[in-house]
Ligand binder design. Sequence first.
Ligand code: FAD
Length: 549
Amino acid sequence: MKRRILIVGGGSAGWMSAAYLNGALNQRGEKPTVDITLVESPDVPRISVGEATVPSIQHVLSVIGVDEVEFMKAADASYKQSIRYQNWLHNDQSFYHHPFSRYRVQPIDRSGPDWLQSDRSIPFMETVSAQPVICDLARAPRMLGRWDMGAPLSYAFHMNAQKFADYLRDFSTARGVNHQFANVTDVNVAESGSITSVTIDSGERLEADLFIDCTGFRAKLIGEALDVPYEDYSQWLMCDQALVARIPYEDYYPGLVRPYTTATALSSGWIWDIPQQDQRSIGYVHSSAFIDPESAERELRAYEGAHASDIDTRLIKFRVGQRSKAWHTNCIAIGLSGGFIEPLESTGLYLCDLAAVMLAEHFPYSDNMMEAMAFRFNRLIYNRYLEILDFINMHYCLSRRTDSAFWREVQKPERITDRLKAKFEYWKIKPPSASDFEDQFLPTFSSPVQTAPATGTDSRSAVDTAGLWNHESYEAIMYGMHFCGAPLESPEASAPKPVVRSQIIERLKQAQTKLPPHELYLNRVLGMPEFRYSGYQPPGWAMDVAKPY
Ligand code: FAD
């Protein structure tokens, strides 16, 4: 008999789960193994801010069976090749990139330490990756004709979150996923602790073998009904809300579409700037303990410029952390119901897709598989949240800004996770490498996990497997923030210029002739409308890139 899955919630998490499980478990051409129904409220809006992604989304889309061009057209998507961090180290307009592709020397890579010994007049990532400059030149990561530039450039997408979920809904329902608009009013739990059914506002009970909670921060099943505790990570990540706005190209088209996200640090947090095909999305992620609502509004509008005085804004509150277990009895939390580690580095949708991928891999085809599958699933998901927590935590604590109470606070030792401290200690001695992620018994850290164990019976320390952010990602941020051990050391006056690898220079020369401007690619391939340049230049927009070197 087919296993029955009921997904409650039709945001990005719900529809990604439906589409992925349908693609992975009901293989095309074979007999379906699962029956999937998604019920979503007609009254509760989606959060609709998951707009920037990481490259793993390509795997998800390919399993689902989505054509990249069709998806990009439907979701007004653009390419994302990097995040450009502005004003994070000092409040002085300096910036660095965290791109998705880089060149690596084998077998021992001393690019980082060598760069630290240089005069650092060229940012570290520019010496090992062509992508920062490709980004600043606003080029697409793809050619208009057949690709002939060697290794492809990694990329992810920026997109309209509402349209993305709608697209996956239409895609999934056309392929057999059942869909119903209704409010779940009650969750019916058996004595064993398993969910037997949910009741919707018509009074009907919907039964299933497995219930997936995608109700967002409401956590109707995993939180409200099953009372699985939420671990709070605000000690290490202090932002708890975002003020968001949209800037339509119709009125303010800057003449190009940046192929990267910009993350600019402000007084009490940072602002995202995400270009799509018809608008930019901006959002001031900040800590309510350090800035009042009026001042946050003022800063957001000042970032955007004079015209921003009449744009509409929306405030979204959030709580960083995760459930102590994402899978409890026959209920699995995917998306915001399971946890959230703030939007820096765009990991929200990644965590949704990871959970869908892991669930397909650990699918309980019978009830007696449930416990073992849940145990492994919980461990893997729990670890990955902590991996992401460390990585995001690093962006804040390596800052040397002293111009606001927020930035002074985030650098304090108690604001840094113990695991991250141990990594830093170790990386003062040697640069990061893949083997550092085999386990977490680094010289100064061998204690049990800092937060509660994943399942109540699992007392093992968390392991950072570098499943998402590996040593290369760490290097991008560490050297972007001039980490050389503490305190910040300045380069010697007589230090040599950094060496840009010849492979990078060659790639950049090719890129300048072969890669089209991003908006031209979007226009030719996806039909992005042509907008009139408004003469407006958003912050950090200038392309001062007379390179290569
Ligand atoms: P929601 O979108 O809130 O969906 C919840 C669904 O549940 C809705 O369909 C609602 O109708 C339904 N529902 C609720 N209650 C009931 C009920 N009783 N009965 C039936 N249905 C119900 N992620 C990224 O990857 N990149 C980013 O750039 C990014 N930026 C973010 C910025 C902010 C400020 C925040 C807070 C999050 C961000 N995220 C980002 C995370 C991302 O938005 C979410 O991971 C993603 O949108 C998934 O949300 P969701 O589907 O879990 O919740």
